[in-house]
Design a protein around this ligand. Sequence first.
Ligand code: TTP
Ligand code: MG
Length: 398
Amino acid sequence: MPRQILHIDLDAFFVSVEQALNPELRGKPVVVGGHQDSRGVVACASYEARAFGLRAAMPIITAQRLCPQAIFISGNFATYREYSARFMHILADFSPDMEPGGLDEAYLDLTGFEPLYGPVRDASLRIKARVKSELGLTASIGIASAKVVAKVASDLSKPDGLIEVAPGEEKAFLSPLPVKRLPGVGPKIQQTLKRFGITTIGQLAELPVPFMKKNFGVYGEVIHQYASGIDESKVEMPGPVKSISREMTLAEDTLDLRLLKATLRYLTERVGADLRKQGKQARCVTLKLRYADFETITRSQTMKTPSEVDQVIFDAGVNLLEKALAQRRFPVRLIGIRVSNLESEARQLDMLDNSAQRLAHLNKAIDKIRRKYGFRAIETGRTLPLREEFPSRTYIVE
Ligand code: TTP
Ligand code: MG
């Protein structure tokens, strides 16, 4: 029996929350985005604003030029998180098989629920109605026998839409759509496919598997299956966190090592605090740099023993930073750090008084104070250059 999978995604989520809370914003071009002043990007544009060509990730400056009458809001992440939780609760009422895919989207498996809810389409309409009445938001829903097809269907139905792809029709539904509609097909793959004259999902599905493997590796095979509407993956709660990261766009492109290190230190302290909150230690540290010309690189280092200590992660990060800048000395636009290969904290008693252990205790004490008085209640010496750089502003961490 074919599965009945829903993909539900809220329309223009951040902006719609603002519009739900403030009726004056309804029906207008509205943008939520960070760093209003200069270097920020659009996080979310209302559909009215999209009519002017505004899109997520577009620089705010471009958005202002394209649509001067748009209303720009810096946004309130805590509110969006709260709406997200309420949205997920509504979905969880319908089926235990739910898989959140982000703040505003989730898969739901309703296979076998027909005796309870009637046809899956009716259940979907009830979900939309509850989201509308309880949150004041519109959701778009795709229904299909496979996750990938349900996702494409919900995207295509936006805004406030509903598309049901009948079992057996998956391939025909996908076939005429441009390849970029398929999850996993980013700009790079699109470009390569275009060079071979492939523009639709149907053409992609006809390509020989060895060709896909040769050009895109194992990932090529997955995309090829997706193109035929084949996706056996289950709807299930994601596993434990695999990595923790923080990154920050600098106020100005810079090669000032002192400032870069201070920023890296600050980001590391935030990552370290998360790591310790989860009771994890990391074995791998990855540095990310985006240069002023948008070239983006990552460099990783695996540590002999896993750690949750800021100083240890920072040392690895600095090492990677220095190596990266030795390879390419060019102004930096964005810097980020990620820890991965996480392991649960398990410490031997006989290590109790070595220096790493003392640092770990120190970090925990600092975490406690920060939880009580805010992250900037304590600034470590290594982040002090940031205070000169941002005397009155708080840092924006993505
Ligand atoms: P999306 O679901 O991708 O976008 P959306 O809900 O704004 O619009 P729609 O689904 O109708 O096309 O992302 C959900 C939220 O995530 C979005 O409201 C803002 C945030 N977001 C960013 O902060 N940066 C981004 O680049 C994107 C794409 C989204
Ligand atoms: Mg959305």
